[in-house]
Design a protein around this ligand. Structure first.
Ligand code: FES
Length: 103
């Protein structure tokens, strides 16, 4: 596992979404009520970039193209008319107010 710096906790306030490229992967980091989560930024349906979507309460991320809903903690599909693979998720580590993603 390698740790990649995402940002500081001050810069990623609750409700924020931030996309980064790390370890050859496109990753979305979100702050939901003070907890940080990392999920694959490319929607498994048709490739939308999820950082352009909306984060709702209860860790729900809505895709900007066709409104699939994903759980940002588990990567599980919450809602869509057809079955989709779960999104990959990643471990977040917070140290000294710095947010890292482990890949
Ligand atoms: S690209 Fe995300 S729901 Fe279609």
């Amino acid at each position: 596992m390698t740790k990649f710096l995402v940002d500081t906790t001050e810069n990623l306030s609750p409700g924020s979404l931030k996309n980064i490229t790390a370890g050859g992967k496109e990753i979305l980091v979100v702050n939901v009520n003070g907890n940080f989560y990392a999920i694959n930024n490319i929607c498994n349906h048709a490739g939308a970039e999820l950082h352009e979507g909306t984060i709702l309460k209860d860790k729900e991320l809505v895709c900007p193209w066709h409104s699939a809903k994903w759980n940002v903690e588990t990567g599980e599909l919450i809602w869509f008319p057809q079955k989709l693979k779960n999104q990959e998720t990643y471990q977040i580590v917070v140290e000294n107010n710095n947010i890292y993603v482990e890949i």
